[in-house]
Every structure is written in C-alpha cells, then in structure tokens.
Design a protein around this ligand. Structure first.
Ligand SMILES: N[C@@H](CCC(=O)N[C@@H](CS)C(=O)NCC(=O)O)C(=O)O
Length: 232
C-alpha cells in the first residue's frame, strides 16, 4: 500500500493522477501546506525539503517500507514498481526521461516563479514578472512544437512525462501564468485528450475542495513563501 503525502497543487496532482492510472492501493495523507503541516518533523523525515508530494511504500524493495520524495522520482518509482507508463525499450524510455527532466528542471520551477511574481508577490517587480513570463512563453513554444510532431511528449504513447507536465498547463494554471491557451493549439489538443482520461479526473478530484491558494492570508503567505520557509 502507498501512503500518499499530498495537497491538491500541480505537483501533487502528478502523483495523484499516477496512483489512479496504475491502480495501486493507496491512502491519502493530507499535508495542508497553507497551514504549515509541511514543517512537521515527521513529514520532513520523509520529504527533507518540506514539499509535497511524497510517498511511503509500505511494501518497498525487499518488502520493507520505502519513502520517496520529489514528484519526478515518485513517478519513476511507481512506473518501475508496476511496469506501467514508461517503456522497457531503452531508447523509448530515455525519451520519456528527457521530457520528464524537461518538466522537472524547467516547466515546474519557471512556471512556479512566474505564478509567484504574477499573482502572489506582495511587491510589483516588473523585471521578475517579465523575465519569468518570457521564459514561460518560451517553454510553451517548446511544448507546442514537440506536440505538433508527436501525439504525446515522449512519442506515440501516454507516459509519466505527460503526467508530470499536464497539471502545470491546465486552464486554471494558464490563467495564473497569463498564458493564452489559443496560441498553443498542440498543447491544447494534448491537454484536452489527457483531461478526458477517467484516472486523470479522479486524481485531480482528490481533496479538490481544499485548493484555496488564491488569496493568501498573512499566515498562509508566511507558510508558503515567507518567513516560515526560512526559519529552520
Ligand atoms: N521539485 C518538487 C517541488 C514540489 C513543490 O514545490 N511542492 C509545493 C506544492 S506544489 C510545496 O509542497 N510547497 C510547500 C512549501 O513550499 O513549503 C517536486 O516536484 O516534488
């Protein structure tokens, strides 16, 4: 059984979707990051950078409990455990890895900073806004070009690379990132195909009612972006 340490954010959605796709038995362990639950020592023992998602596989390698943090590593772990959503052929598998790393190293961090400076930063910082917005547009262009030539990011088949990227490009995210989805028709086609998958819909629905990042209070801001992050 998989214990899923989770909150309904784009990074959390990746592993929520994956668990639904592969059909492993799992238990949702909510980590309310708006109210500081990510700083509990028991959670930091599993996820040293106080970020969701994380998992504990109660029957990990050798039958022992095994903890995994970082969403990309969790997707790979669950793919390897179940033999699903990444190919066995080495050339094909490394295409999946490349697009997964593209998400982990570029899409996630840059879109995240764009969202922060567009929406949450208490000061208007035009240079940062412009910089992260431009990088976000450039990354959308890369995705759109790739999806013009390929059904899914890593080729003809849906994989963990798509699962990692999709939650960051959903309409709500595009709005937050000031992205006009109509400018990226291939991302749109791909996003609509993925959004129609029942497992994706079930994954996104987990704790959906608790997704209230919109207007942070002083306390939730401190937990997510401010002093609490740096106190330790
Ligand atoms: N690189 C990490 C990023 C995870 C991440 O940034 N998670 C956010 C939610 S989307 C979080 O837990 N934030 C809580 C905090 O910053 O304290 C991953 O992909 O797992």
């Amino acid at each position: 059984m998989i214990k899923h340490y989770y909150w309904p954010t784009p990074n959390g959605h990746k592993t929520a979707i994956m668990l639904e796709e592969v059909g492993l038995e799992y238990e949702v362990c909510p980590v309310d990051i708006l109210n500081g639950a990510q700083f509990n020592p028991e959670f930091i023992a599993i996820s040293p950078n106080n970020r969701i998602p994380a998992i504990v596989d109660t029957e990990g390698p050798g039958g022992e409990p095994y903890a995994v943090f970082e969403s990309g590593a969790i997707l790979m772990y669950l793919a390897e455990k179940t033999g699903k959503l990444w190919p066995t052929d080495m050339a094909e598998r490394y295409l999946v890895m490349q697009w997964l790393m593209f998400q982990m190293g570029n899409v996630g961090p840059m879109f995240g900073q764009n969202g922060y400076f567009q929406g949450y930063c208490p000061e208007d910082v035009p240079l940062a806004k412009e910089r992260y917005y431009s990088v976000t547009q450039q990354l959308y262009s890369v995705l759109d070009r790739r999806l013009a030539e390929s059904e899914y990011l890593a080729g003809a088949n849906y994989s963990i690379a798509d699962i990692a990227t999709f939650p960051w490009t959903m309409p709500k995210q595009q709005e937050m990132h000031r992205i006009d989805g109509a400018q990226y028709p291939n991302v749109k086609r791909w996003g609509e195909t993925i959004a129609a998958r029942p497992a994706v819909q079930r994954g996104i629905a987990v704790l959906a009612q608790d997704m209230k990042v919109g207007n942070p209070t002083e306390e939730t801001y401190a937990n997510m972006f401010g002093d609490k992050q740096f106190q330790r």
